[in-house]
Design a protein around this ligand. Structure first.
Ligand code: SF4
Ligand code: SF4
Length: 288
C-alpha cells in the first residue's frame, strides 16, 4: 500500500474518531464508525499494564454509547424512567473489561467492601447455574438493583445500557412470564451490537477472551482479587469458573469464523490499513 494512501486513511479515521468521541456513533453505525470505536478503545486499553485501564476504556465506551442512544430516533417514545425496573430480573452477562470496570467502581464507592462481597455472595448462591430461562422463571432481582434503581448505573453492562422499551406494560407482562415480545426502538440492536463488536475486535486482536460472563459471579470474582485484572490481561483465565452466556456458545463454527473475519477487518481499518477478506466491500470509500 502506498504511504500516501495510508496517510489519507489515517486522516479520515482521525476525523471519524473525533466525531464519534464527541457525539457517539450514529444510530446505524457505519463500518468506519465501528473501526473508529475500535481505535478509541484500543488506545485507552493500551495505556500500560496499570490496573484501572478497563475502567478508563469502559467509561469512554459507555459515554459514547449513551450519546448514541440520546441522539437516536424514537428515544422520545421510550417508556423507561428511573424507578422502573421490571427489566432487572433477567440473566445479565458482560465481557471481562466491563466486569473489571464494575469491580473498580464498587471498590471506589462502597465504604464497606466486605459487606458488599458478602451480599453478592448470597445473591450468587441463588443465581449460580441458572441459565436465561431458569433465571427468568426464578424471578430473582439483579443484586445490583438498589432501592428501585441500578446501583451501578455509571458502569452498567452494555446490554443494560442499550435496552429500551416502548411499553412498560409489555415489560410488566414479560416479568410475569406472559410475553417475550417487548417493543423496542428499531436502532437499539445494531447500536448495542456495534459497541460490543468494537470491544470484541480489540480483545480478539489481543488474543483475549471476548466471551460474556454471568454478571454476579463475574463481578464477585474480580472483586475478591485485586490482581485479577492484571492477571487477565497477562493471559490468565481468571473467569474459568464463571458461566458463559449461552448466546456465545450457541454460535456455529461458520458464524464464529465470519465474526472473527469482521473483527480482523475492523482492526485493519482502525489502523489505517485496507480491509481484506469477505468484509472488504463493507468499507467501499475506505479501499482507495
Ligand atoms: S425496559 Fe421496561 S422495565 Fe426497564 S426501565 Fe424500560 S420500561 Fe421500565
Ligand atoms: S446491572 Fe443495573 S440495569 Fe442491569 S439488570 Fe442489574 S440493576 Fe438492572
Amino acid at each position: 500500500m502506498a504511504r500516501q494512501d495510508k496517510r489519507q486513511r489515517l486522516k479520515e479515521l482521525r476525523r471519524v474518531m473525533k466525531l464519534v468521541e464527541r457525539q457517539g456513533a450514529s444510530h446505524q453505525p457505519t463500518p468506519v464508525e465501528m473501526a473508529a470505536l475500535v481505535a478509541l478503545v484500543d488506545t485507552r486499553l493500551s495505556t500500560g499494564r496499570a490496573a484501572g485501564r478497563s475502567g478508563r476504556a469502559m467509561a469512554l465506551l459507555g459515554r459514547m454509547q449513551d450519546k448514541s442512544n440520546d441522539n437516536a430516533p424514537g428515544m422520545d417514545k421510550i417508556a423507561c424512567k428511573a424507578g422502573c425496573y421490571y427489566c432487572c430480573d433477567v440473566y445479565v452477562s458482560a465481557q471481562a473489561p466491563r466486569i473489571f470496570a464494575i469491580a473498580d467502581w464498587l471498590r471506589e464507592t462502597k465504604p464497606d467492601l466486605g459487606a458488599e462481597i458478602a451480599r453478592l455472595e448470597t445473591a450468587d448462591a441463588a443465581i449460580r447455574g441458572k441459565d436465561v430461562d431458569a433465571r427468568a422463571s426464578a424471578g430473582l432481582a439483579c443484586p445490583f438493583l438498589d432501592k428501585g434503581k441500578c446501583g451501578i448505573y455509571p458502569v452498567r453492562p452494555a446490554s443494560c445500557r442499550g435496552f429500551f422499551s416502548l411499553s412498560a406494560e409489555a415489560c410488566i407482562a414479560g416479568a410475569r412470564g406472559d410475553t417475550e415480545e417487548i417493543p423496542t426502538p428499531a436502532h437499539i440492536h445494531p447500536l448495542r451490537g456495534a459497541y460490543e463488536q468494537a470491544l470484541s475486535a480489540v480483545l480478539y486482536h489481543w488474543r483475549l477472551p471476548s466471551e460474556h460472563y454471568e454478571l454476579t459471579h463475574g463481578v464477585l470474582t474480580a472483586l475478591k482479587d485485586e490482581n485479577a485484572e492484571a492477571r487477565w490481561y497477562d493471559g490468565e483465565d481468571v473467569f474459568a469458573n464463571v458461566g458463559i452466556d449461552r448466546a456465545d456458545d450457541a454460535m456455529n463454527p461458520e458464524m464464529k469464523q465470519l465474526e472473527s473475519e469482521f473483527w480482523h477487518a475492523l482492526w485493519a481499518v482502525a489502523h489505517g490499513e485496507p480491509a481484506d477478506g469477505p468484509f472488504a466491500d463493507r468499507f467501499p470509500d475506505w479501499c482507495l
